[in-house]
Write a protein that binds this ligand. Structure first.
Ligand code: MRU
Length: 347
């Protein structure tokens, strides 16, 4: 079965205009349910509760969200100011992944040209994401094999940066897939990724579907797995990469980076250029989403902590450029730990 994280389905919806179709990632791995989104309220809620998630998928959600808003404006008779405000709600639904705002901004200038022009541009955003992911995966695999000098790699990954987090193929898991296709992958250690279990639920689901050898480990095992020499590298995605090479990604990535530096193995960040934010000079300038403490203190409605113990729930951390051996994008590869900055890709 082909996996469609996010598409525009012309046949869905009730008014002949179609709908934004999302695979509801909160229901995986046990249930594959799709959501047809035709209102801004529903899209913002889907983004906030992580039904659609992962930076590149959020970029597509942002672009296609402009179409959702335009269709709703037509149905509800919104004026231009209301439409603008609703598009802004989509743009700001989550703060850390720059791709969401980037996706909105990529198609917004076409609003005056009509919804079909916006839809075509949004579909192009999705198509470009897949080709970017495939290209950056090839570049990353070449680099990892050369840097480690090994024929078959043992890889640690954190969170989910697979097909589910993108329009297709994946970034960090795209690199894993590329290595697997080359016969150059031995095993993947997938961090479970507290508190919402993107690694245990989503990465493991993707790897199992493809028959890729893997183990799911608790986040607290990652540093030990690295220092015991059980992996050759760590490969992760990113939500925003600052101009100096600092990387915001799922909380826990920083610990992986520290362990890799101590062990002398590379941390490679795989991300499309849409995740690079040259307007953000460094990690200090990146807004880190803080989510409800309830996600930490319980799971699916069952409390796991004393009632008087509130949670603290930053959703992302920033790994300083000095811990990042390489950032692989479709445009080129940068080595921040060796002093490389993102702008150098542009020449
Ligand atoms: O909170 P999430 O699940 O949206 O966080 C996702 C991540 O941190 C991913 O690693 C990142 O977006 C890259 S996805 C290709």
């Amino acid at each position: 079965m082909t996996l469609h994280t996010i598409t525009w389905d012309d046949a869905a919806g009730t008014d002949g205009r179609g709908a934004l179709r999302l695979l509801d990632q909160t229901r995986l791995p046990d249930h594959t349910e799709v959501l047809d989104v035709v209102t801004v309220d529903a899209l913002v809620a889907a983004i906030e509760r992580l039904a659609v998630r992962g930076a590149p998928a959020l970029g597509v959600a942002g672009a296609m969200g402009v179409v959702v808003a335009m269709d709703e404006a037509e149905r509800e008779g919104w004026d231009a100011a209301r439409l603008d405000a609703e598009i802004d709600r989509v743009r700001l639904a989550r703060p850390t992944a720059v791709n969401l705002a980037w996706g909105v901004d990529a198609v917004r200038p076409l609003v005056g040209a009509g919804r079909d022009a916006v839809l075509a541009a949004a579909r192009q955003v999705a198509a470009d994401d897949e080709s970017a992911n495939r290209e950056l995966s090839r570049r990353a695999a070449d680099w990892l094999l050369e840097r480690t000098g090994r024929d078959r790699l043992r890889v640690l990954t954190h969170c989910n940066a697979g097909t589910l987090a993108t329009s297709a193929w994946g970034t960090a898991l795209g690199v894993v897939r590329e290595l697997h296709a080359r016969g150059a992958l031995e095993i993947v250690y997938a961090d479970e990724t507290r508190p919402l279990l993107q690694g245990a639920r989503l990465t493991a689901w993707e790897l199992a579907r493809e028959g890729i050898e893997h183990r799911v480990q608790v986040d607290g095992a990652a540093a030990s797995t690295v220092l015991r020499g059980l992996v050759d590298c760590a490969v992760v995605g990113a939500d925003r990469i600052a101009a100096n090479g600092d990387v915001a990604n799922k909380i826990g990535t920083l610990g992986v980076g520290l362990a890799c530096r101590e062990a002398g193995i590379p941390l490679l960040v795989a991300a499309p250029w849409s995740t690079v934010d040259l307007a953000t000079p460094d990690g200090d300038a990146i807004e880190i989403e803080e989510r409800s403490g309830d996600e930490v203190t319980g799971w699916q409605g069952t409390r796991t902590t004393p009632v008087d113990s509130p949670g603290y729930n930053p959703a992302f951390d920033v790994t300083p450029a000095r811990f990042v051996a390489a950032v692989a994008t479709e445009r080129g590869l940068v080595e921040p730990a060796a002093g490389g900055t993102m702008g150098e890709v542009l020449g």
